[in-house]
Design a protein. Structure first.
Ligand SMILES: NC(=O)c1ccc[n+]([C@@H]2O[C@H](COP(=O)([O-])OP(=O)(O)OC[C@H]3O[C@@H](n4cnc5c(N)ncnc54)[C@H](O)[C@@H]3O)[C@@H](O)[C@H]2O)c1
Ligand SMILES: [Fe+2]
Length: 400
């Protein structure tokens, strides 16, 4: 039985509209002279890359890698790394959604420790500090700016694969909600429901005191603990209240600010407590259908919530309240069910598909999804109920 828990974050968080203006000071403080900015063509086009590089003009040399892509493949990671090796930066800036931030993380890792991205997939494979990394998110979703993970598409094995290590937490996270104003509707919705999934999976995870960790094994995810709960509860309420507005009215700065905060709080929660069955299922589903991580998670979320209800009625009843449901006079069981319905309503409102088939999945892929998801032990063991193969197939059939 575990009796202690820990909490880790980015080295420093700088939050608020206009926060990116502090970049020159941060670059000086970290004593960076050659900076590689890892981003993508859409952010160059949207003018966000210029906004950042203008701030670097009098601070030594910089180079832009704009080859990032959504749900980055290991191949793109190799390309970014080979350009980085040529340039020999002493620091990196990840600018973008989770995809670019993760690309910057793995590049900073390989620059520091050699080898190739595959060497670092899995848990705790990074032997020491990585090249100093500043992460500047332009979506409100993944929490990668504070998290200990980097996620990639393994095209050979048709699955998403992650690297997890506290060394992947950025030295500095600059969270400037202004940078999310240009986020297209679908990206806002998908990344926002990903953040909601992080918070719900953290709030309903297995308890830290009963976390099923075999002797001698180490896990970054530790199960539910009091600090994780504080962060997750707040994140759920903030995201529920503001996500529909941010989707409907992209220029609403107050909603964007709230979403940036909510997503970051959810990132702090899940990156210590854990994410579970939704994410385990999204890895093979996303790998096969190429849906966005957020759309896959959002679609799967209500089905997994329903499966998890029996062991976590009190928590789901609380989630219903946080989602704005009136649960007065209801039993925990009734209120818990309202949480699932509230997520279904939210999904519908923001345009998240309701069924696996809508993502392009084929019915005959279900056994493969179930087998692959069950194989991701580091996520499955965080789930409050441990599913059997036949329960997984049943869940996926219901979702199909
Ligand atoms: N590292 C982690 O802890 C973690 C957690 C969850 C998810 N992820 C990963 O993050 C990725 C998803 O990241 P995401 O949801 O942030 O989306 P994303 O980074 O994939 O971006 C999606 C698209 O939106 C564009 N975009 C982003 N911000 C924009 C802006 N402000 N204006 C205009 N266009 C913008 C991007 O250029 C891209 O084309 C997935 O690969 C997922 O697996 C990582
Ligand atoms: Fe996620």
């Amino acid at each position: 039985m575990r009796t202690t828990w820990t909490f880790s974050s980015a080295g420093q968080i700088i939050f608020g509209s206009g926060a990116v203006g502090q970049l020159p000071d941060i670059v000086s403080r970290l004593k960076l002279n050659r900076v590689l900015v890892v981003t993508d063509a859409r952010l160059v086009e949207a003018g966000l890359c210029d906004q950042v590089t203008t701030l670097l003009k009098d601070r030594g040399t910089f180079k832009i890698f704009a080859g990032g892509e959504p749900e980055p493949s290991l191949r793109v990671a190799e390309t970014c790394i080979s350009e980085a090796r040529e340039f020999r930066p002493d620091g990196l800036i990840g600018l973008g959604g989770g995809s670019n931030l993760d690309l910057a993380k793995i590049t900073a890792t390989v620059l520091a420790h050699g080898g190739s991205p595959r060497d670092y997939l899995g848990e705790d494979k990074i032997p020491g500090p990585i090249v100093p990394l500043i992460c500047i998110p332009t979506t409100s979703g993944t929490g990668s700016e504070v998290s200990a993970s980097g996620v990639f598409t393994d095209e050979e094995n048709h699955i998403k694969a992650g690297a997890m290590s506290n060394y992947l937490r950025p030295a500095v996270a600059i969270v400037d909600p202004n940078l999310t104003l240009s986020c297209p509707r679908k990206v806002t919705a998908d990344s926002g429901i990903d953040a909601m999934t992080h918070a719900i999976e953290a709030f309903t995870a297995v308890d830290n005191s009963t976390f099923p960790l075999p002797p001698g094994e180490h896990s970054l995810y530790q199960g539910r603990h009091p600090l994780g709960d504080c962060l997750a509860e707040k994140a759920i309420a903030i995201i529920a209240k503001n996500l529909p507005t941010a989707v409907e009215n992209p220029q609403d700065l107050a909603a964007r600010e709230a979403m940036s905060l909510g997503a970051m709080l959810a990132g702090l929660a899940f990156s210590n407590v854990g994410v579970a069955l939704v994410h385990a299922l999204e890895y093979p589903v996303g790998g096969a259908t190429h849906c966005s991580h957020g759309a896959g998670n959002g679609m799967l979320l209500p089905y997994v919530m329903r499966y998890n209800l029996p062991g976590r009625e009190r928590e789901f009843a609380r989630i219903a309240q946080l989602l704005g449901e009136d649960t007065a006079g209801m039993s925990d069981k009734q209120a818990a069910e309202r949480a699932v319905v509230a997520i279904e309503k939210l999904n519908k409102k923001i345009g998240i598909p309701a069924r696996l088939r809508d993502l392009g999945a084929k019915r005959e892929q279900i056994p493969e999804f179930a087998t692959k998801a069950l194989g991701i032990t580091r996520l499955i063991r965080v789930n409050p109920r441990v599913p059997t193969m036949s329960e997984m197939v049943e869940l996926l059939e219901a979702a199909y």
